[in-house]
Design a protein around this ligand. Structure first.
Ligand code: ATP
Ligand code: MG
Length: 453
């Protein structure tokens, strides 16, 4: 394989800025900051673990990571990922066709790695960057409504798989759709900033059409084999908000025979991008032996936070406590999916903090996702049951055991009507509700008995 080259840019208040050059070889990836980026310490670097310096760390390829994990997060993942399908279809139409293996990943990176989640824009070279930033900003005079060809394409070509998705139609209507990770089909788009969502969207970054202001969202589209997921995720977003967690605004809607959940993006501020880096990418970058979420236990995760504070202005104690609270609430609500890509740091090294709650879906409603903890816990019967084992994590999360106990007890009380609220969601198939309620009732009873005793 010959060396691969790309350039990485970002958008700052003063306009686009080149962060630097990337070289990826069979064995390692190297990034070098541009002189402009080295001179601008107000602009975030590529990653918290790739600090702005004349000699940023080289990354040795390992397992599934053929380059810096932070950059691999810009490649739409394999599986039923909408962006991956669209970009692959666009590649199919190109002269070289669809490349194989790592060449495909690289081609997807160059095509889709911009204007996505976070602050990084990837291009094959500076000319391509220049051309892209010079394009007029999206200024549609009309938003795309639920009766448009776009919705029909998504419904028939992706959600129901009735006809092949015409990537060109999607591209024509909303532009090349920016990359978004995760399993659920989603679009990055802007929607009218109003209490109810009427099904209209505009390209991401649109701030206004006529008199209507727009806001950027992650628009999640429910898949038929996860019927009820949007309703369940909304309930969990509400529960997190009621329990005092930092939770974005969201809109739930049925449009064009599809079920949608729009969640306001927190990686945009005044039209400019903020860095968003998952703990997964950070750990894959920082720990040589880390290859997957299962390669770290919850206590090790807690102990990692002070280490991250060495590279970013991160408030250690409140971050540890917030993660601990999320783990507890995940257990109490049947979210078996709080993995390391569902926890991120938001902001650059000068102002990093734990990102607001996202993706709190109670996946234990589906047998294939029925995990107690997505990040393994080093369970020891000597600590008691699940509550005792959570309390035993306290020191790793910078807390006294009494504080951990207090958090668990408070969240248990605050969510006491959760099983009834799940059962009241009559749009969710009964089998899913019953399964989830059975799982959470068992967990909640176990925790209550342990705390009571
Ligand atoms: N409100 C938001 N603002 C900014 N970025 C977000 C927001 N919600 C999600 N993201 C980003 O988009 C990614 C995918 O979103 P999300 O986790 O909700 O989807 P998912 O497909 O359900 O994921 P999973 O595969 O974990 O089930 C997240 O990992 C995160 O990087
Ligand atoms: Mg997710």
């Amino acid at each position: 394989m010959s060396d691969r080259h790309a350039v990485i840019w970002t958008r700052s208040a003063d306009g686009p800025l080149k962060l630097g050059n990337l070289v990826v070889t069979q064995r390692e990836s190297r990034f070098s900051y541009s002189d402009e980026a080295l001179a601008r310490d107000d602009v975030p670097g590529v990653s918290l673990l790739l600090p702005r310096s004349a000699t940023p760390p080289v990354f040795q390829a390992k397992g599934g990571f053929f380059m810096y994990p932070r950059l691999m997060a810009l490649i739409p993942p394999p599986g039923h990922n909408l962006q991956r399908q669209i970009v692959t279809r666009l590649l199919q139409a190109a002269p070289g066709g669809i490349p194989a293996g790592q060449d495909l990943e690289w081609a997807l990176f160059l095509l889709a790695g911009r204007n996505g989640i976070g602050h990084l824009d990837v291009f094959p070279d500076d000319l391509a960057a220049d051309r892209w930033y010079r394009q007029p900003a999206p200024a549609p005079n009309q938003a795309i409504g639920p009766r448009s060809r776009l919705w029909a394409q998504l419904r028939d070509g992706f959600v129901h798989d009735l006809a092949p998705l015409d990537a060109r139609v999607v591209e024509h209507l909303i532009g090349p759709t920016p990359s978004a990770g995760g399993m659920t089909a989603k679009l990055l788009a802007a929607i009218p900033d109003a209490p109810r969502w009427d099904g209209r969207i505009a390209p991401p970054g649109t701030q206004r059409i006529g008199d209507t202001t727009f806001t950027d969202v992650v628009l999640k589209i429910e898949q038929p084999h996860y019927a009820g997921l949007a309703e369940l995720e909304v309930l969990c977003l509400r529960v997190h908000r009621e329990c005092g967690f930092d939770t974005p605004r969201f809109w739930r809607s049925s449009q064009a025979e599809m079920e949608f959940l729009a969640v306001e993006r927190f990686d945009r501020c005044g039209g400019l991008p903020l860095p968003l880096e998952s703990l997964y990418a950070l750990l894959a970058m920082g720990r040589r032996e880390f290859l997957s979420t299962a390669d770290i236990t919850l206590d090790e995760l807690g102990q990692t936070i002070p280490k991250l504070a060495a590279v970013a202005a991160l408030e250690v104690k409140s971050t540890q406590e917030a993660i601990f609270r999320r783990v507890v609430l995940a257990l109490l609500t049947g979210n078996g999916d709080l993995h390391l890509e569902n926890l991120s740091l938001l902001g650059g090294a000068r102002e990093a903090r734990l990102a607001p709650v996202y993706d709190p879906a109670p996946m234990r409603a589906w047998a294939r996702h029925d995990l107690r903890f997505a990040i393994p816990i080093d369970f020891d019967n000597a600590h008691g049951g699940v509550a005792g084992n959570l309390i035993a994590l306290a020191p790793a999360f910078g807390m006294k055991p009494a504080k951990a106990r207090e958090i668990i007890a408070a969240l248990l009380v605050q969510t006491r009507d959760y099983p009834e609220r799940v059962m009241a969601l009559d749009k969710v198939p009964l089998e899913r509700r019953q399964r989830l309620v059975e799982v959470v009732t068992r967990e909640r009873r176990g925790v209550a008995e342990e705390l009571g005793g």
